[in-house]
Design a protein around this ligand. Structure first.
Ligand SMILES: N[C@@H](CCC(=O)N[C@@H](CS)C(=O)NCC(=O)O)C(=O)O
Length: 473
């Protein structure tokens, strides 16, 4: 996987004692380190030698994973020096590097007792070089909680941000459904983190620990590349936490000024997920030539096996008994009716409606009191409709943003193929769980009338003005 680097003006090379020794890359050759020094439980002299000498970190400047150890070193007073002239994609493919990390991934830390790979392990080592380092807590339970949040940030935050961001920059295959799933998981994790941070300034105890350093480094690519303000607004405590951490002097020194993404990083032009046009069979000779070319191509350096396109499974909704209602006919009628909407479009809707083949649903946003800013609320609804793109063949929807003053209420009406909300929509569109869903009871005339009013976006709606009405068709 390609690394995330941030641009900053601050050098992360560590000076002090290390400055004089730049150019020497093997700590093992240095006289003040004994081989197999048991650093963690060692006599103080050994610990001091690590503090006085620079540990060599093999990574390019700005590598997000490497910064975990660099910031931990800043807090701990440990010297960490970047290996000179490190070039991503070159230095980490040399036999010397592969000996240190068989995967050839960055970062690697050289210690007097041998190399360490995996950035969290490296950051732990740098922290534990200092006995009783407060970054690692002051009791067994604090230590356990620090480990808990480090694991959470790796598996719930970093993992999902990476699945969102990396395919967009061409590292890995971009698959819209996979992205939706990653975003949905990320939202769930950020929601949990947000709840925790509502009553906690830091992840553990009352000061910065290694858990905060790793969490912040993992959140950084998200905030800088894909998580725009309209996305993070839903997690105000995570926002407050992130900006507090990023503005701590030890972070600022490394990251400089961080700016939040104004738009989600666009997908690189190559779209491997799109089905290719049915190609004519090619002559054998041409196929052979292509196979040769394919072998000669340099492999993408993400270390992953290339995914083979799989035949698309049929959507279960296509297997339902045919319906007399043709969704496109309804959508066309809706779009083309400019006057006498009640008489033409609404009447037409009920004439076409097939209660066996379709179902109608009201939705009600669960967190209306958070809709305090009009454009954020509108963006939220707009994003929802965009993400519903996957259901275009099977759904029609109307979303109302209600009220002339904040907090705005968001309510909607949806027509879905089948008798239930389609499972793939529930699974793939994370917005679904932000709404309360109620099936329309067609035997209740009041509910039918509410359907009419929503389709028509009649104003006032339930006694209030409409800020906006958006249609999904
Ligand atoms: N889990 C590893 C991830 C390391 C990683 O993915 N490194 C990227 C750069 S940030 C890399 O070396 N990519 C090159 C490759 O995949 O060959 C860690 O935290 O250290």
């Amino acid at each position: 996987m390609t690394g995330f680097s941030f641009d900053h003006q601050v050098s992360v090379e560590y000076k002090g004692g290390a400055e004089k020794r730049r150019g020497t890359t093997s700590l093992r050759q240095r006289p003040c380190f004994r081989k197999s020094t048991p650093i963690l439980n060692s006599a103080k002299a050994d610990v001091f030698s690590v503090k006085e000498m620079a540990l060599i970190l093999h990574a390019q400047k700005g590598n997000k994973n490497a910064t975990k150890a660099i910031i931990a070193a800043e807090y701990s007073g440990v010297q960490v020096e970047l290996a000179p002239n490190f070039t991503n994609g070159v230095s980490n493919k040399t036999p010397e590097f592969i000996k240190m990390n068989p995967l050839g991934k960055i970062p690697v830390l050289e210690t007097p007792d041998g190399p360490i790979f995996e950035s969290n392990a490296i950051a732990r080592y740098v922290t534990r070089v200092v006995p009783d380092n407060p970054l690692y807590g002051s009791s067994l339970i604090e230590y356990a909680h620090i480990e808990q949040w480090i694991d959470f940030s790796a598996t719930e935050i970093d993992e999902n941000i990476s699945k969102w961001f990396f395919p967009r920059i061409g590292s890995g295959v971009f698959l819209p459904l996979a992205e939706e799933a990653a975003i949905s998981q990320l939202k769930r994790s950020l929601g949990a983190l947000n709840t925790y941070l509502a009553s906690n300034t830091y992840l553990v105890g009352h000061a910065v620990t290694l858990a905060d350093i790793i969490m912040t480094c993992n959140l950084l690519p998200g905030f800088m590349r894909v998580m725009t303000k309209s996305f993070t607004a839903e997690f105000p405590h995570v926002e407050r936490y992130f900006w507090t951490m990023i503005n701590q002097p030890n972070f600022r020194k490394i990251f400089g000024e961080v700016k939040q993404a104004e738009k989600v990083f666009p997908v690189a032009s190559k779209k491997p997920s799109e089905p290719k046009e049915a190609a004519k069979p090619k002559p054998k000779e041409e196929l052979k030539k292509e196979a040769k070319k394919e072998q000669a191509k340099p492999k993408v350096d993400d270390g992953e096996e290339e995914e083979q396109p799989k035949p698309k499974p049929k959507n279960p909704l296509d297997l339902l008994p045919p319906s007399k209602m043709i969704l496109d006919d309804w959508k066309r009628l809706y779009s083309n009716t400019k006057t006498n909407f009640r008489e033409i479009a609404i009447k037409g809707f009920w004439d076409m409606y097939d209660p066996e083949g379709y179902s109608l649903w009201f939705c009600d946003y669960k967190y209306n009191d958070e809709n305090t800013v009009s454009f954020v609320t509108l963006n939220k609804v707009g994003g929802f409709l965009q993400r519903m793109d996957l259901a275009r063949k099977y759904a029609f929807g109307k979303m109302l943003v209600i009220g002339s003053e904040p907090p705005f209420k968001v309510k909607g009406l949806w027509l879905f193929r089948g008798q239930e909300i389609p499972q793939f929509v529930m699974d793939e569109c994370y917005d679904m769980e932000l709404y309360e869903w109620t099936k329309v009871d067609l035997s209740d005339e009041a509910q039918k009338e509410r359907v009419n009013q929503m389709i028509e976006d009649q104003e006032p709606f339930e006694g209030e003005a409409l800020l906006d009405a958006k249609c999904f068709k």
